[in-house]
Design a protein around this ligand. Structure first.
Ligand code: XUL
Length: 561
């Protein structure tokens, strides 16, 4: 077997389903690595996974976590690293696997952008199979260092685009999100303003997802509607470009974007180049790649059912909450994005900046840096924290927009206090996150009484965090491996597109193989009763008070990333 691992070794026989079974391939081009997942097209079981880590396997690009961190919030990734990484991982897969792939799709970091030259687009159409992507496309990009989702250098562009379109509320109503630094529109605006020659030589801008599918089909691929929701350029209700926004963003942008497609629409067969170089069969179908959050929605098997709903919560460097809805309510906090699963469905997402780093700051202060002691402290204060509320901001927050840093606390009478007991401090930083998620999930049109929560990320391994999450939402918390969810989601989407193509209409998505999640925490009925509507109202008022304080005394330049 090629480098990598066959999952579920004990039953790998059953998994592979015999050497002739058709396979689905998911390719996850994420920030730190590229992963390939092969699924059995009949059973959806995982047959093989392989990952290439950029920092470790491609050290010549000098990245840290796949990124180059520059000045003033600029954070990029080299386009050549993605090309070399993709070529290497596809070349090292066994031809017996590649030759069985009936459909392929991808997952990619959201918001990032690739600036192609006209020569690059021409080279893409006639790549020589003896040479790598990188050699074939050498010199084909107007920018070698591509803006990524981790960039925060475009606040000036965000403000300008928002004011040209009627302010943050109007922007959110139109595109699903107010203008955010990491979103692709503001990123393009900065390139066009600060590097006019680069912009002049740019013939096409791809998202990382459509860049990946362009390489697979051998011509500039359209943008997937779900991933395009992270651009601040698309009408999130109609999935069409907003003319006024394209004009407000950069001159000549409309001609450089291509079209938008539904996530389940086939883009046609794999290119002759990829068939010859990597061993795909010539009729292998390519389905639009999408963003990592969209693909994780599919990989974790989220379904849109308001009565038996599931929310997905990721607890990592940043904390996110994602849920599906048929009645989205875009607003100044969070994002509404087109669902990758089917028509007339969206997913809403909250993305907090103060995740693990804020919890670590409190852990260091009250528990001497020890997670066990921190967990014990959280458990020693009662649910509801005796009415004490606190928020620790190690970075300026974006849910809600809070351009301040520090720790802020009120007691049970809503009086500001300078400090809480160690146990109250520890519990407050955890409760604050989940109370905030409950308040804002409801504002975005998501269910606030889910039937279960699927947790991912490092924090999903913490018993204290997951127990508070279960109690605040009064729902069981299950854990999933997020590194697999996006790649598996991409493979399932490949199968979905194949099925839709065969039946010449949209059909239901396939079931995810990642459904045997481990139950991490179940809600304690008494504890859940400690989070009544009155506490949520108090928390919302506490947040509003901080927003007012931040507006009066901003401590730093306003930034929403
Ligand atoms: C979502 C976001 C991140 C990236 C990471 O809006 O910025 O989750 O998609 O790859």
């Amino acid at each position: 077997m090629a480098a990598g691992r066959g999952l579920d070794e004990a039953s790998s026989h059953a998994n592979t389903g015999g050497a002739s079974t058709a396979l689905l391939l998911g390719i996850d081009l994420s920030t730190q690595s590229v992963t390939v997942v092969f699924l059995d097209a009949g059973t959806n079981r995982i047959v093989h996974i392989d990952t290439l880590n950029f920092d470790r396997e491609l050290p010549q690009f000098g990245t840290s976590a796949g990124l180059h961190v520059g000045k003033n919030g600029k954070v990029t990734s080299p386009v050549q690293m993605w090309l070399v990484g993709l070529d290497r991982i596809l070349r090292r897969q066994e031809r017996t696997l590649m030759g069985r792939v009936k459909a392929v799709s991808g997952s990619a970091q959201q918001h990032g952008s690739i600036f192609w030259t006209a020569d690059g687009l021409a080279a893409l159409r006639c790549m020589a199979p003896a040479d790598s992507f990188s050699s074939n496309l050498y010199g084909g990009f107007a920018l070698e260092d591509c803006p990524t989702w981790a960039d925060s250098s475009t606040q000036m562009e965000c403000d300008a685009i928002e004011s040209a379109t009627g302010g943050p509320g109007a922007m959110a109503a139109l595109t699903g999100s107010r203008a955010y630094c990491r979103f692709t529109g503001p990123q393009i605006a900065r390139v066009a303003r600060t590097e006019p020659l680069v912009w002049k030589h740019t013939a096409r801008v791809s998202l990382v997802s459509s860049f990946l599918t362009s390489l697979l089909v051998g011509h500039p691929a359209p943008v997937d509607a779900s991933d395009a929701s992270g651009m601040n350029l698309m009408n999130v209700r109609t999935s069409e470009w907003c003319e006024e926004l394209l004009e407000a963003t950069a001159p000549g942008l409309a001609a450089r974007l291509g079209t938008i497609v539904n996530p389940w629409e086939s883009l046609g067969p794999i290119s002759p180049y990829c068939a010859a170089r990597f061993g795909f069969v010539t009729d292998c179908l390519v389905i639009p790649a999408s963003g990592d959050n969209s693909c994780s929605v599919v990989g974790t098997g989220l379904a849109c059912d308001q009565t038996a709903s599931t929310l997905m919560v990721s607890l990592g460097t940043s904390d996110t909450l994602v849920g599906l809805t048929r009645s989205p309510r875009p607003g100044p906090e969070g994002h509404v994005m087109v669902s990758p699963r089917g028509p007339d469905e969206w997913f809403a997402m909250l993305c907090y900046k103060n995740g693990a780093l804020a919890r670590e700051a409190v852990r260091d202060r009250v528990a001497g840096g020890c997670w066990k002691k921190f967990d014990d402290l959280v458990a020693s204060a009662p649910p509801g924290n005796d009415g004490n509320l606190a928020m620790t901001l190690v970075m300026e927050e974006i849910v809600p927009v809070l351009p301040i840093r520090g720790s802020f606390r009120v007691d049970a009478q809503d009086e500001p206090v300078a400090a809480l007991s160690e146990a109250h401090e520890a519990r407050a930083v955890v409760e604050a996150r989940f109370l905030s998620m409950r308040v804002h999930a409801g504002n975005l049109g998501l269910p606030t009484a889910p039937s279960r929560i699927i947790a991912t990320g490092g924090g999903s391994m913490s018993t204290s965090l997951t127990q508070v999450l279960a109690d605040v939402f009064n729902a069981p918390v299950l854990v999933a491996d997020s590194s697999e969810a996006a790649a598996v989601g991409a493979a399932l989407r490949a199968g979905h597109g194949l099925k839709c193509k065969k039946q010449a209409r949209w059909v239901e998505l396939l079931a995810s193989p990642l459904k045997d999640f481990k139950v991490m925490a179940t809600p304690n009925a008494q504890a859940a009763a400690a989070y009544p509507a009155t506490l949520l109202k108090r928390f919302a008022a506490f947040e509003r008070g901080l927003v007012a304080k931040a507006q009066k005394h901003p401590q730093a330049q306003q930034s929403r990333e």
